[in-house]
Design a binder for this molecule. Structure first.
Ligand code: C2E
Ligand code: CA
Ligand code: CA
Ligand code: CA
Length: 284
């Protein structure tokens, strides 16, 4: 009796230890990783649902770890938030992404100004340098504020007071778009949306998943239809994420969603991939 149970516990302990060591190891390696240039950014296109043309891209950070290979953001963003490294890391992501958008625009002036979406963690929202850093980067690089969209999760803004909203409001007044990311996963009061300086709702992937069948579940359709009509009545654009099939894209288009993102169009990839996609657009 002792051996079976004992082994199981030993195994569980060993796994927990390995996870803890990795977590600890990753946490202590983070600052040097930024200095050594181990982070890189993949870009995932956002397309207009109406005609499929490229609207811009979302910047998604990755870590090329010397021992563990490529790590996704879910592995290290929480650690970076915990240690505060998210502030310099986030600033680095913003600057790289803004530079990239500027380069796309120079190479594809005929494709319309390609836009860039950058994720902001809640720690960056409360950091006093947010507005000045953003302004400084846009000016140095020479990108118009209205080519930048900052994505903030719905949960970061639930119950937000005016102090938290002030920097976002300043950025919005300058022309930077603020998107409410993962919309529909929190329990924000829909009427509260009017108070937030957001111009875009990013509908969470869980809604898109309900559209996999054609026709989709009638209740799912009603919910998305309601969100879209509310958003549009408040002058907000609706982006959908996690679109994996043509059937999903078509139903979301019929429901009036404005832009979409997902594997159906393209996985996150290197910046040159967006050149190719945008070039196809511009030349027909
Ligand atoms: P998110 O902002 O909701 O980003 C969308 C995630 O969905 C990305 O995961 C993307 O690769 C994935 N995705 C895109 N299309 C599809 C699809 O069709 N199907 C499925 N199943 N997934 C799809 P990723 O790159 O692993 O990023 C995870 C999260 O990490 C992001 O979620 C975001 O919250 C965070 N993140 C990424 N980059 C940054 C960053 O630079 N700063 C901060 N603070 N957070 C970041
Ligand atoms: Ca996002
Ligand atoms: Ca999201
Ligand atoms: Ca997410």
């Amino acid at each position: 009796a002792k051996s079976a149970g004992g082994n199981r516990y030993e195994l569980a302990d060993a796994e927990a230890d390995a996870r803890a060591i990795t977590r600890h190891g990753l946490t202590t390696a983070l600052p040097a990783a930024l200095d050594r240039g181990e982070f890189f950014i993949e870009y995932q296109p956002l397309v207009h649902l109406g005609d499929g043309s490229v609207h811009g891209a979302e910047a998604l950070v990755r870590w090329l770890h010397p021992q563990h290979g490529v790590l996704g953001p879910d592995r290290f963003i929480p650690l970076a938030e915990h240690t505060g490294l998210i502030v310099p890391l986030g600033r680095w992501v913003l600057e790289q992404s803004v530079r990239q958008a500027r380069e796309w625009q120079e190479r594809h002036s005929d494709a319309g100004p390609l836009r860039i979406n950058v994720n902001l963690s809640p720690c960056q929202l409360t950091h006093p340098g947010l507005v000045s850093d953003t302004v400084d980067i846009l000016e140095r690089v020479g990108l118009e504020p209205n080519s930048l969209c900052l994505e903030v999760t719905e949960s970061a803004l639930i119950g937000a007071d005016d102090d938290l909203l002030k920097p976002l409001r300043r950025l919005a007044e300058m022309g930077v778009d603020i998107a409410l990311d993962d919309f529909g996963t929190g329990y924000s009061n829909l009427a509260n949306l009017r108070r937030l300086p957001v111009s875009i709702l990013k509908l969470d992937r869980s809604f898109t998943q309900g559209m996999q069948q054609f026709p989709a579940d009638p209740v799912d359709l009603k919910i998305v239809e309601g969100i879209v009509s509310l958003a549009h009545s408040l002058d907000l654009a609706v982006t959908v994420e996690g679109v994996e099939t043509g059937a999903q894209a078509e139903q979301l288009r019929l429901l009036g969603c404005d832009t979409a993102q997902g594997w159906y169009y393209a996985r996150p990839g290197p910046p040159d991939r967006l050149h190719d996609l945008a070039l196809v657009d511009a030349t027909g």
